[in-house]
Design a protein around this ligand. Structure first.
Ligand SMILES: CCC/C=C/C(=O)SCCNC(=O)CCNC(=O)[C@H](O)C(C)(C)COP(=O)([O-])OP(=O)([O-])OC[C@H]1O[C@@H](n2cnc3c(N)ncnc32)[C@H](O)[C@@H]1OP(=O)([O-])[O-]
Ligand SMILES: NC(=O)C1=CN([C@@H]2O[C@H](COP(=O)(O)OP(=O)(O)OC[C@H]3O[C@@H](n4cnc5c(N)ncnc54)[C@H](OP(=O)(O)O)[C@@H]3O)[C@@H](O)[C@H]2O)C=CC1
Length: 284
């Protein structure tokens, strides 16, 4: 059973978080954030706007994107809204074309949209497996390829940050997403070399358990243990992730490519995470 719990911060709180970067850091740059209608994507988009960027945001549900855009515009930043699915290569091509038409450039792509459902792998249907691979591997790939083609053709530099997950010890309960995120990480390492000649950097951020509404996907039993899945014994917050994105995308990260920053309170080293609940076998 899963009960909806309020996780994360209000838009007002996101607008008022203390900034850890210079407010002009991304002045006049254009940043595209996928999945910006909620959770991490919304927090990342708002932080880039507060650091001077112009935003383009995408996702499937227009109402949620419009709400994020309204908050972003309170900072004085421009924000265009694009309702689409990253799972459709043609819609991704159209998105990147439109962003270039609307803003005249693109500097940063934050590939944040994603998600999965918890289920023991042995029970996956073909449709369920494909839905998660499409959302978390194919979609981010279409986005990266279209952005990079534009940067190559325009002769301008670009930076990609892919939001992945802490896959290093596997992810029991979400094996499909573990496979997809591992794919994105090694895709990114490969592209970092292939696209260096175009001035395109490709990096990843791997969040551990971060307090967002996305947590409501998990059963109560699983969520009740999440704050004990890392040695800090707590959830991270959205700014832990948005700060890592700003570091990688901005000038501080200019000599970093093909890297993964893990933001997980130490979970990769210690702690168990049972996303579909702890099986009886592991209870004793
Ligand atoms: C803590 C760990 C670290 C990670 C944390 C986070 O990421 S937090 C952030 C987390 N945020 C999120 O995770 C975002 C929320 N997650 C999602 O949006 C979905 O999981 C999605 C990514 C698959 C969307 O795919 P979609 O738009 O196509 O949605 P759809 O509903 O049409 O499903 C397609 C097929 O998938 C299957 N299937 C789906 N659900 C279940 C299930 N519960 N059980 C079993 N199977 C399931 C089923 O086959 C279904 O087809 P059917 O049989 O219905 O014809
Ligand atoms: N919170 C956490 O602890 C962790 C999160 N992550 C990852 O971080 C990212 C953000 O997660 P979080 O904010 O917590 O969760 P949310 O569920 O709130 O965010 C996911 C976002 O992705 C969008 N999205 C999903 N599918 C598509 C699609 N096909 N096309 C376009 N947009 C899509 C959703 O919007 P819409 O449905 O309107 O399209 C939504 O805004 C995800 O990739 C998630 O898996 C990774 C590790 C831990």
């Amino acid at each position: 059973m899963t009960q909806d719990v309020t996780f994360g911060l209000s838009d007002e709180a996101l607008l008022n978080l203390p900034l850890h970067f210079n407010p002009d850091l991304f002045k006049d740059q254009v940043v595209l954030v996928s999945g910006a209608g909620s959770g991490l994507g919304k927090a990342i988009a708002i932080q880039f706007a507060r650091l001077g960027a112009r935003l383009a945001i995408c996702g499937r549900r227009i109402e949620r994107l419009e709400a994020t855009a309204a908050t972003i515009r309170k900072t004085g930043a421009r924000c265009s809204v694009h309702a689409m699915t990253i799972r459709d290569a043609a819609q991704v091509e159209q998105l990147i074309d439109t962003v270039w038409q609307d803003h005249g450039r693109l500097d940063v792509l934050i590939n944040n949209a994603g998600g999965q459902f918890p289920q023991p792998a042995i029970d996956y249907s073909v449709k369920g497996w494909n839905a998660v691979i499409d959302t978390n591997l194919n979609g981010p790939w279409y986005m990266m390829q279209q952005a990079a083609r534009r940067w190559r053709d325009a002769g301008t530099a670009g930076s990609i940050v892919n939001i992945v997950a802490v896959i290093w010890r596997g992810m029991p309960g979400v094996a499909h997403t573990c496979a997809a995120r591992a794919g994105v990480i090694y895709l990114s390492k490969t592209l970092a070399v292939e696209w260096a000649p175009f001035g395109v950097r490709v990096n990843c951020v791997a969040p551990g358990v971060i307090a967002t509404e996305g947590m409501n996907v998990y059963p109560d039993e699983a969520r009740a243990e999440f704050d004990r899945s890392n040695p800090m014994k707590r959830f991270g917050d959205v700014q832990d992730v948005s700060d890592a994105c700003c570091y990688l995308a901005g000038p501080a990260g200019k000599f970093v490519t093909g890297e993964v920053i893990t933001v997980d309170g130490g979970h990769q080293l210690w702690g168990e995470q049972w996303t579909a609940g702890r099986p009886d076998y592991f209870k004793v």
